[in-house]
Ligand binder design. Structure first.
Ligand SMILES: [Zn+2]
Length: 211
């Protein structure tokens, strides 16, 4: 098995296989590996954010313009078209501070929106999650623990609402089936018959949901 991720190439092989065979397998796959590495690199480039005034950021799947406000009293908020980010003074008007403040704002919004979606959907499905937690994951969107706590990656707030709904339903269905069995997917399908397109979207677009 061969995998290219974050610029690393990983090959997994059974113990009894000879290095020679592994090497020849890799050289057969050379073009494919190169293509993958290039693709991942270009995706990263598109993603590189500057964190400056007027820059576009994704929020609930929409392109919103970042508007920096310098004010001691005003609070940050998000409208239909813009993200108003309040900084106390001009000294805070730098990449590092803006990135930090924007993450705080996105986490707050994620908490509010994911919480209400989860509670609403939980009523429909007739399950009761214990706690809803917002956190930062490298490569996952949500998780459900044995203690019935549901966690979400705050970065999911950048995705379209339909995609968020899918993740919410997915995690809630784990309160019925604590696995990815056929029955689990049947439950998801019952609630969201076109869930497959959202699942696929997440696979193909995860690079859009990161900074
Ligand atoms: Zn799952």
């Amino acid at each position: 098995m061969i995998q290219v991720r974050d610029g690393l190439v990983e090959v997994r092989a059974p113990f009894n296989i000879q290095q020679k065979e592994i090497d020849s397998f890799i050289s057969q796959k050379e073009n494919w590996i190169k293509k993958k590495l290039l693709l991942q690199k270009s995706k990263k480039k598109i993603m590189k954010k500057k964190f400056e005034n007027e820059e576009i950021f994704q929020f609930l799947g929409k392109d919103l313009k970042l508007k920096i406000i310098i004010s001691n009293t005003k609070k940050s908020y998000i409208s239909d078209e813009s993200i108003y980010l309040a900084l106390k003074n001009n000294k805070e008007n730098c990449e590092e501070k803006i990135k930090k403040k924007l993450e705080i704002l996105f986490r707050e919004m994620a908490k509010e929106i994911f919480q209400s979606k989860t509670l609403n959907e939980a009523k429909n499905i007739k399950v009761t999650p214990k706690k809803i937690i917002i956190r930062s994951y490298k490569r996952r969107w949500g998780s459900c623990s044995h203690k019935k706590n549901i966690s979400y990656n705050w970065k999911l707030i950048m995705a379209p609402e339909k995609i968020i709904d899918y993740v919410v339903i997915h995690e809630l269905c784990h309160l019925i089936h604590f696995n990815h069995s056929r029955d689990f997917w049947k439950s998801v399908d019952n609630i969201m018959p076109d869930y497959k397109s959202s699942k696929e979207w997440l696979k193909l677009n995860q690079h859009l949901l990161d900074w």
